[in-house]
Ligand binder design. Structure first.
Ligand SMILES: [Zn+2]
Ligand SMILES: [Zn+2]
Length: 325
């Protein structure tokens, strides 16, 4: 390799790793990265929720960890969670940061937020300058609040990925992130309506997820609505009572554990408890996601336990499944 070739390789590495988001990068193609045709498997008209990642924290083939994308008329509008592996699914779905109204985070376990920085990183190539809202829970021991999490992630001075610090102040051809923390009060906090869009409404509902500050979300689009439980235990009593009889179009429940002894019940609902919740909320359809072998290996038992409390249709989500609302 000639010296000039080495020099240009070094320049490319620099631009690729540190400066690629700057629009004035000489010789760097700043056009959008190749993406899937959009939207994969989702209708071009009306609203739909796509399960980008249907898995959990244990690495298992074919399932990214938790993530959802709300489509309205073929445009991605809301990203809910960005768990490990969902970055790839985001691309496969045709997701783009530039059209999002907000990013909602249920909680700061890695299987819900591990790929957040990657989504922001790729979004930095899109040239969006309009601020972007990002919503998540408050802090607790061993869990930063959403604002501190973002500061530690992309803080311009000392963030782990400080080179993405343009998101902190809306510079370097990146949108400013407007961070909002919701107080969860260990799952007993009041639901908070979020002013995100005129096209849909979002309410954040605190849930109980052991020591982890955590939220569920309810989104209404016209006459349709969906509920995302997030990771929650049966101690999420306010969530269940506030949403009782609300009849959403779809309830997405995180199906993490089976009914056997020894499962982490202080963190998650058993299948029977998911059935109780679904019976109270009365959705038109229940979708089980956050699936892992520990729950899927006993799926027949799980469905039977759910049926004790809920008699409506139940689906088990796979990655990229799209549910029209
Ligand atoms: Zn989880
Ligand atoms: Zn969790």
């Amino acid at each position: 390799m000639t010296k000039s070739a080495l020099t240009s390789v070094a320049a490319l590495m620099l631009s690729g790793c540190l400066l690629a988001n700057a629009p004035e990068d000489a010789g760097t193609d700043t056009s959008p990265l190749p993406r899937a045709e959009q939207p994969a498997d989702c209708p071009m008209t009306g609203a739909a929720l796509q399960v980008l990642g249907s898995g959990g924290p244990i690495a298992e083939a074919d399932r990214a960890a938790t993530s959802y994308l709300l489509w309205i008329d073929g445009t991605p509008r809301l990203l809910i969670d960005a768990g490990s592996g969902s970055f790839l699914r985001f691309a496969e779905a045709g997701g783009r940061l530039e059209t999002l109204d907000a990013i909602l985070v249920t909680h700061l376990h890695a299987d819900h937020a591990g790929d957040l920085v990657d989504v922001l990183n790729t979004g930095g190539f899109e040239g969006r300058t309009q601020p972007l809202a990002i919503v998540g829970p408050n802090a607790a021991p061993r869990f930063p609040g959403m604002a501190s999490f973002m500061q530690r992630l992309i803080g311009k001075a000392d963030g782990a990925f400080a080179y993405n610090g343009g998101y902190q102040d809306g510079t370097e051809n990146k949108p400013e992130l407007i961070v909002r923390e919701v107080e969860t009060a260990e799952g007993a906090g009041a639901p908070i309506g979020l002013d995100i869009s005129n096209d849909f409404s979002v309410v954040a509902h605190p849930v109980h997820h052991g020591p982890v500050p955590a939220l569920g979300y309810v989104v209404e689009v016209g006459e349709a609505s969906f509920v995302i439980t997030g990771d929650q235990s049966f101690l999420s009593e306010r969530f269940a009572s506030d949403l009782a009889g609300s009849n959403p179009t779809i309830l997405f429940a995180h199906h993490v554990i089976n009914s056997e002894d020894g499962q982490p019940r202080g963190l998650h609902r058993t299948p029977e408890q998911i059935g109780e919740l679904a019976g109270a909320i009365a959705p038109e359809r229940l979708v089980l996601t956050h699936n892992m072998q520990r729950s899927l290996s006993r799926i027949e038992d799980g469905l039977a336990a759910i049926a004790l409390g809920y008699s409506g249709p139940v689906s088990v989500a796979s990655d990229l499944d799209c549910y029209a609302l």
